[in-house]
Design a binder for this molecule. Sequence first.
Ligand code: AMP
Ligand code: ZN
Length: 438
Amino acid sequence: MTYQYWDTHLETMSREDLTACQVALLRKTVSAALRTPFYRKPLAAAGIRGEESVTSLSDLKRLPFTTKHDLRSGFPYGFLSIPQERVVRLHASSGTTGTPTTIYFSKDDITRWTGFVARSIYGTGCTRFDVFQNMITYGLFTGGLGFHSGGEEVGMTVIPSGAGNTTRQFRLMQDFGTTVVHATPSFLLHLESKMREEGVDRSRLRLKRAFAGAEPYSEDTRARIEELLGIDVYNSYGLSEMNGPGVAFECQRKDGLHLWEDGFIPEIIHPDTLEPVPDGEIGELVLTCLCREATPILRYRTRDLTGFYAEPCGCGRTHRRIQRIKGRTDDMLIINGVNLFPSQIEEVIMSIKEVGNNYLIVVEKDGALDRLTVKTEVNQAIFRDDTRPLNALKERIRKTLQASITINPKVELHESGSLPVSEGKATRVLDSRAASRL
Ligand code: AMP
Ligand code: ZN
């Protein structure tokens, strides 16, 4: 197989050149950081006075970590390093606690960001002959405009359809011959259910590829979407603190995500000791943004759990690969003392073929103990007068889950289309325990 590179020089640089490039960009980023109200003090305390204080990558560990909490406490301008008249755009993510984190961009920042997204898209085999339907939320969320600009940069015909409204999405796909889509994995699964419900003829669509990201999903979910829709699904990883999409992306080998090291310095650390973990082991991803002058962010603790691949990728790109995100340090559930990531449950249920495309994990207090309920959708056909097949399936799901997560869950089966669907990132966990402790 031949692989297409957007920028052969940048994507296949030797490790030595990549390191030199990172050091040069880190120096610039540090001087930008010294111009922000937030970083001035901690950098001075670490003896960093200007770009001359950074001479190699080992200086990275002298720089402070940055957390979501820091970004919130710096709202609105604590991380701004250029005058307002040079800022051409901002994006914000409100998260769950309300206070937004805001990222500002200069014109050059937008150009650089667009370049990383274009590189990612092109690396999956897309060209200007593709028609790209961007089925994700536009607005302050970065997925909309980020992919939009990257798609245009590649020269694809971009349809800014936004999220939701499956009927209109099908119409657009048919009218304009969409070949590529971008959506959350949960929306892609929802789309497929709706497709069958609305009787959309798959053979009349030209769809062949999807970018799926913004939320964690398992390898089994990818396989399911690929099989049901008959397309290739590429994993896309990004976060608003690091621009948005275009941080790490799968190439056509679909074996780990290349993290663009000429734009970001990745570290993977143990979340408690803050020391790097050995290659291949799972830890928290920490990222330093090297490609943004307006809002420099140093050693950002993403809370996302992943590991590096030790071996280089067969596609020839030299940028290191990270594994599919396993979960977040903060979405870990502790159920009767057992640690559990929602992704472990997803892995199990998506591998059971009778299980539908949507599910919900509910955790409640049951007296002093915690109770885990896994609600999944199943095909309508099974809800017949005879309840035996239904009960047998329920029991099989329960046993398979218990064997894998060591917790005995209650399993509920629901008719397909009856569990709530969200347009943006899916809500997969309802944990009422905190409220019942009040
Ligand atoms: P936001 O800043 O709103 O774009 O959210 C970024 C977060 O979404 C990341 O820190 C991850 O937790 C999650 N995320 C984005 N892309 C993926 C992906 N491909 N797989 C798993 N989680 C993802
Ligand atoms: Zn590759």
